[in-house]
Each structure stands twice: as C-alpha cells, then as structure tokens.
Ligand binder design. Structure first.
Ligand code: SF4
Length: 343
C-alpha cells in the first residue's frame, strides 16, 4: 500500500527533465514472418519495414549523450529482429556506445536458417526472450500462425548449444509461454516439452499473462481484457512515466504496445533529441491526461488503466485453473529477473 502511494506521488510530481525513461525500445525492424492472432501487428495497416541506419544511429547517439545510464534498451517493438540480416552490426555498434545498459530482445526464432539464430549471440545482448507460446504442433499453429513448432524447438536447442560452445553463459535465455485461451490449461505440457532448456546454465522457463493489447487484438483470446472486467476502477498507468519506444519510422511513442502510434510524441529525425521529445508538450499532455484519469482512447481500452474489482466468483472460471510455474507480473520482460516473478 505504501509502495503504491509512493508510486502515485512520483507520477504527480513527475518532472521529465529530471526523470529519464527507464526503458527504451527501438524497433530495429518492423518486419515479421508470422501473423499471430494475438499480435496487434496482424490487424494493423501501419506495418513498418527496417529502421533506416541514420534513424538508429540518431537514437543511440541521443541516448548515449542524454541518458548514458539508461537501465534497459530493447531492440524490438512489433518486428522480428532476425528478419533483418544486419541486426548484429547495429546492436554491436550500440553496445560499444552503451556498455552499462541492459540489452534485451524478444524473438520467436522461427526462421529456419541456423546462421541467423547463431547471430543472436554475437552483438552483446544481456537477455534473449524466446516465446514459442505453444506446446505442440497444433497449439503452436493456432498461436504462431506461419511458423513451425519443430523448427522453433530445434532453433532453441541449437542456440543454447551454440551459447555453450562459445561459453557465453552471461547471455540469459528465457523461453516462455504467454498464456491465452489456447494454452492456459496446458502450461504443464509446455514445461514438459521444453524441459531441456533448464539443463543449460542461466536459462529459465517462464509464464506471462496475456494482455489485451489495449483492444488492438480481438479480446476473446486474451486472459486480461479490460472489456471483460465486470467491476473496475480507473488507475494511472505507469508506462508513460517510464518508457519510450521508437518505431522503425523514427516516431516516438510513450508505450511499446502502441502499434498504431496513437501516443506519438514526436519524430526522432524532425522533432529534436530523445530527451527533448521525452519532455515535449505532447508527452506532458499525455501524462497529465493519465494523472486526471482521462488518457487517450487507446489507454481507456487497456487493462493497465484499470483495477479489476470483479469478485472472484464472477470472473472467468477458466482463469482460476491456470497452473503457473513462474508467472511474471510484468509483460515488459526484456530485463527479466526473478524479482519480477511470482513463484
Ligand atoms: S494504459 Fe495501456 S496503452 Fe496506455 S500507456 Fe498504459 S500500457 Fe500503454
């Protein structure tokens, strides 16, 4: 309770000039080989390609100058990093500029080429999150449309063996399942299918609750959809106070799940530096609206903007059956560590 009040107090006294973002996401590519029913990209007309080199360099140079102690840099938003051949060159360059920042990536490792998978170990990531989400050929086909369960399992094993061969044990690898209506009763099968992962050092199998992506995907497949909360009260969401995401087109937004850039606060190439955009009038207007509990429409459709007060007996009974091994509280998991998990 005290922690929550402290947090609220931080929002209401927030000063973007003295409080930097804790996490920045850079969409190094917006391309993806899959068309997953749980991903907003599948339903969007705003699909993006690779981030131009000059945009990437500007983002990294700005961060190096303005936020050299940035805690976490994620190299994704709505694309699959391995779709970009030269991603390792970009990330290695950023690593030299930001030696102390945690570099994270979420990937599906669903491409067949092993040499691309091996590249994930080269540029200096601190953590690699891999999300098969399925536990069998059938379940995978329903969740990760366009991919192959066998290929992904094979790639994960290959990546871990390669990491052993290179002795890169400091690169943490998390293999996870995002629970949804297809897999929620089968988390045990997921752990069984991927138990080989935990035989390698510095790995973990994790479970994350599926979120409603602020209404950007059909609600029937997700477990926490604000629209299903029978009784709810609005609460300020912390994300605009701690996160900045830069799309492949250079547009900056205050939330990394904002596929269509509804919380756009400027463009990195035309509206100044990262820190100027972070402290811009538009950014402050969005934060003020969040403090007044009257945020943009996207947030009003998002589970993160509400406290679910629906009494347990009235909640979807299926949700009570979920078996969790490691249920991660936060969906923004690039910097995974056990402090973020319910065990
Ligand atoms: S309420 Fe949802 S959409 Fe809005 S900033 Fe928070 S997480 Fe993002």
């Amino acid at each position: 309770m005290i922690a929550k009040l402290k947090r609220l107090q931080q929002y209401y006294s927030f000063n973007p000039k003295t409080t930097p973002p804790q996490k920045v996401f850079v969409e190094i590519t917006g391309a993806c080989n899959l068309r997953c029913p749980l991903c907003p990209r599948t339903y969007s007309n705003n699909k993006r390609g690779n981030m131009p080199k000059e945009v990437f360099e500007k983002v990294i140079v700005d961060i190096t100058r303005d936020y050299p102690d940035l805690k976490l840099l994620g190299f994704h938003m709505f694309g699959e990093i391995t779709m970009r051949n030269d991603f390792d060159v970009f990330v290695s360059w950023a690593r030299q500029k930001l030696p102390n920042t945690h570099f994270g990536i979420s990937t599906t490792v669903s491409l067949e080429k092993k040499e691309v998978v091996a590249k994930l170990l080269l540029p200096g990531f601190d953590s690699i999150g891999i999300w098969p989400d399925g536990f069998s050929n059938d379940s995978y086909a329903k969740i990760r449309t366009g991919g192959s369960f066998t290929t992904v399992k094979d790639n994960i094993r290959f990546l871990l063996e390669e990491r052993d061969r290179l002795k890169k044990f400091d690169v943490a690898v998390h293999v996870g399942i995002i629970k949804n209506m297809v897999n929620q009763d089968s988390t045990d099968k997921f752990y069984e299918s991927f138990q080989f992962v935990e035989k390698f050092k510095n790995t973990s199998l994790v479970t994350v609750d599926s979120i409603d992506w602020a209404g950007q995907v059909p609600a029937e497949n997700v477990l926490h959809a604000a629209k299903d909360y029978i009784l709810k009260i609005p609460k300020p969401c912390s994300i605009p106070f701690e996160m900045l995401a830069v799309s492949a087109t250079g547009d900056a937004t205050l939330c990394c799940i904002d596929m269509n850039l509804e919380l756009k606060i400027g463009n990195i190439m035309s509206d100044g530096s990262i820190s100027q955009i972070w402290a811009s009038e538009r950014a402050e207007a969005i934060r003020s609206s969040m403090k007044r509990l009257s945020p943009p429409v996207l947030c009003k459709k998002c589970h993160s903007f509400y406290k679910d007060l629906t009494p347990w007996p009235l909640r979807n009974r299926k949700r009570l059956k979920i078996k969790n091994r490691h249920l991660i509280k936060s969906f923004f998991v690039d910097g995974l560590n056990r402090k973020n998990m319910f065990l």
